[in-house]
Design a protein around this ligand. Structure first.
Ligand code: GLN
Length: 251
């Protein structure tokens, strides 16, 4: 009798562990910088946002568990390349330079670089940054496209001083404190920061429009799987619904 019970128990164990195996193919870790609302930000202790929801939907579709790893924006590409994370998703713009070190998924959203100033600022257009002898101090997030463009267009031509911060929040705090004259950042986080901080406005002229995508280590076969799921979620309207949930279309 004892032997029989032992046999039944061990059979049950085997069946259970097989079921557990079948349930999940493992965990996909997404590297992000959760200071970029509404794409990724903290709600209490939880990281939420457009990127998090799209990535969670992709992981679920593919049968993986899902985890988010928060880090500085500047650390995302090396986390992906060292295998600490399976992919990076952080409102990340597809650029020629990044394509030298990572592969990008199909693009799922667009962003626009805009300029935030204090109310009443003498800077009233993007053009003012380029004016002869302008020499404004510009706050950006380290190694973001806002950093790259202002460095190439302005700092390298002796037209501005760039102060680089690890995330958008710190750049905006520096603007409020008068340490920088403006912040160049993506439009949606800009709107969220202006809504959360009195006395700031976004200039009506746009700096540049760009495409957001997830980044992967070069040659990672996961990318094809990820893209197949992402493209289905774009086609069936799931991605648009997630974006609309966080960025309601203005009527
Ligand atoms: N879209 C910008 C970039 O890719 C900023 C992204 C971010 O700060 N999370 O550089």
């Amino acid at each position: 009798m004892k032997k029989l019970i032992a046999l039944v128990l061990s059979l049950m164990l085997i069946v259970c562990s097989m079921a557990a195996l079948a349930e999940s193919k493992g965990t996909l870790v997404m590297a992000t910088n959760a200071s970029f609302p509404p794409y990724e930000y903290y709600e209490g202790t939880e990281i939420v946002g457009i990127d998090v929801e799209i990535a969670a939907a992709i992981a679920q579709k593919l049968g993986y568990d899902f985890e988010v790893a928060d880090m500085e924006f500047d650390a995302i590409i090396s986390a992906v390349n060292s295998g600490k994370a399976n992919f990076g998703m952080a409102g990340m713009t597809v650029t020629e330079e990044r394509l030298l070190s990572v592969d990008f998924s199909t693009s799922y959203a667009t962003g626009v670089q805009v300029v935030i100033v204090r109310e009443g600022s003498s800077i009233t257009s993007v053009g003012d940054l380029f004016a002869e002898g302008a020499m404004h101090t510009i706050g950006v997030q380290l190694t973001t496209t806002g950093d790259l463009y202002t460095t190439w267009d302005l700092e390298d031509n002796g037209l501005a001083v760039i102060n680089r911060y690890p995330n958008g929040n710190e750049a905006v705090l520096a603007l409020k404190a008068g340490k920088v004259d403006c912040v160049v950042i993506d439009n949606e986080p800009a709107k969220a920061y202006v809504a959360a901080n009195e006395g700031l406005v976004i200039l009506p002229t746009e700096y540049v429009t760009e495409n957001y995508a997830a980044c992967f280590a070069k040659g990672d076969p996961l990318l094809a799987e990820f893209n197949a799921a992402l493209e289905e979620l774009i086609a069936d309207g799931t991605v648009a619904a997630i974006i609309e949930k966080y960025i309601p279309v203005e009527e």
